[in-house]
Design a protein around this ligand. Structure first.
Ligand SMILES: [Zn+2]
Length: 119
């Protein structure tokens, strides 16, 4: 079961909604990756000109897939942090990541100053 972090009731309710939000996003991304995988596995068009267009489209799809996969791993890591009760703490310096930042990037693992140092 979930280890409840040592937070006020209100913050815990927030955490539940963040978790639901992350899980929903994870589901969406997994579906998207499946879809992309399906598209990439389609047999090549026998028409040479079409093949070139498809190769270009495949490159775009692969880019989309790798960014989706990256986000999936970040979301999984954030869900783990929720389970462990460390969600919202910077993975590098341990300071709070900040509500504003988490609103924008709910899976942010680092506070803005650490993130800008490692970027
Ligand atoms: Zn930090």
């Amino acid at each position: 079961m979930v280890t409840k972090p040592d937070l006020k009731g209100e913050a815990m309710a927030d955490l539940e909604s963040i978790k639901a939000q992350l899980e929903e996003r994870l589901q969406f991304l997994n579906d998207k990756v499946d879809e992309i995988e399906g598209d990439l596995r389609e047999p090549a068009n026998p028409d040479f000109a079409e093949q070139a267009t498809e190769a270009e489209a495949d490159e775009v799809l692969e880019g989309l897939e790798s960014s989706a996969l990256l986000e999936i791993s970040q979301i999984n890591a954030a869900l783990n942090r929720i389970e462990e009760g460390t969600y919202g703490d910077c993975a590098t310096c341990g300071e709070p990541v900040g509500e504003k930042r988490l609103e924008v990037i709910p899976y942010a693992a680092q506070c803005i100053s650490c993130a800008s140092k490692t970027a």
